[in-house]
Design a protein around this ligand. Sequence first.
Ligand SMILES: Nc1ncnc2c1ncn2[C@@H]1O[C@H](COP(=O)(O)OP(=O)(O)OP(=O)(O)O)[C@@H](O)[C@H]1O
Length: 532
Amino acid sequence: MKAASAPQGKPSADVPGGVAVELRGITKRFPGVVANHDIDITVRRGTVHALVGENGAGKSTLMKILYGMQRPDEGTIAIDGETVELHSPADAISRGVGMVHQHFMLADNFTVLENVTLGAEKLYGIGAKARAKIMEISDAYGLGVRPDALVEDLGVADRQRVEILKVLYRGARTLILDEPTAVLVPQEVDALFDNLRELKSEGLTVIFISHKLGEVLSVADDITVIRRGTTVASVEPSQTTPKQLAELMVGSELPSPETRESTVTDIPMLTVDGLTLCAVDADGMRRAVLDDIALTIRKGEVLGIAGVEGNGQAELVEAIMGMRTPDGGTITLDGRDISKLPTRTRREDGIGYIPEDRHRHGLLLEAPLWENRILGHVTEAPNSRRGLLDPSGARRDTERIVAEYDVRTPGIEVTAASLSGGNQQKLIIGREMSHHPKLLIAAHPTRGVDVGAQTQIWDQIREARREGLAVLLISADLDELIGLSDTLRVMYRGRLVADADPATITPEELGSAMTGAAAGHLETAEGPEEDR
Ligand SMILES: Nc1ncnc2c1ncn2[C@@H]1O[C@H](COP(=O)(O)OP(=O)(O)OP(=O)(O)O)[C@@H](O)[C@H]1O
């Protein structure tokens, strides 16, 4: 590990293979915040370079600068040895820098070919030449992309490969990936890392942002740690442990994880029975996306649902929240049938909700933090008093949440959009936990959250569980699912197909169960039927 103040990079001439990207003295200020302060990074060509740091450290800002989405206030960018001015992503792409965002930007009802060529028709047209180019790239890097597949039929990992291919198709030699593994199961992560190794063996360069420190150490050639907007260390992966890396990020020791204890009672808090929901698919066929779901979550219990994204988890959550009308079945909360109640009443009855897509359901991005405090809880204290909205109550309580949940922000008047992703998530969790829910529906509660904040959030959920909170946990982070759940069930094609014991199952076994394979540790509730 190099000292914090030491210059990060050597002059290009000294670096074998050359330098793909060199950032020098990058500073970027926003009102009340210095997001990047005098950052230096040298990215060697043909390597995987990881960028780690706690929430709000300045990673995304730095990458947006490299991708031409934002202009630095100070500093220089050199790509392949040439100092450049980037005014837009198009500028960055023309210099060979491409970015794959965390939220995929593909059009579902188009084919892979259509998606890849959209906006890049000038390169190879939209016909045979384009198809041949896609196949060539796909074969060269082992991406396995089929040009005629409909994007809506693809799983998350395949969509990600299409996004990577799209960037390569446009001529990128340096790829920026923003938390690429957050949505993948372990087997898919391995496959992605194989793809990254292929890319670098062909001389391409990958820069990726991640909070999963074990993964970072397994795939990165170089690691840069950013803390509070500045580079604090340049780390040699082979000589560092995840714990050391975490400590470099947060600047202090992490609390050790708590041992498993059971707080599960006999009292049912949520009972779902015979829940069925149909949707019409692209061929006009009615298909059950939720098929006769039955589950009970008791007071003090965390029920984890494992499943590859798109197997009905989102629909289950939305049906329980009253955001979708099921075709059959009942939902009972604390003894009361809530099946026909509107979402707001369900929330007032004691359901807390951490949504999967925080931009669509969790936040009003252009509104200040204190207005976001009110969202979903308009009629409840401290946002409301004697039936009237109470902005000063909401403001005071937002200050409290910001302090208690360590939301890094210059104040509560800034917009939610100006918070870093992890800090947006902490605000939502703070808001939902503040209403002392009976049932918490938590979809990917720590997605995008740094390891320090993740430990805190897990502790907060465990603490509330000890006091009787029931939790429905959906997560792509298998360590989180196994670590937090008292009961684990596997969802596959709209059905709960198996139960797993969180005390004994490994992330790899759970990963195979999720992809539909039978794993030794699983008690199959009902075998998954093909072609339903
Ligand atoms: N458009 C903006 N306006 C105002 N402040 C911003 C804006 N974008 C980022 N910031 C601030 O800059 C700082 C760095 O944010 P950034 O998103 O770069 O962090 P990050 O390291 O990517 O965090 P995370 O891990 O949570 O995604 C934060 O304090 C954030 O609130």
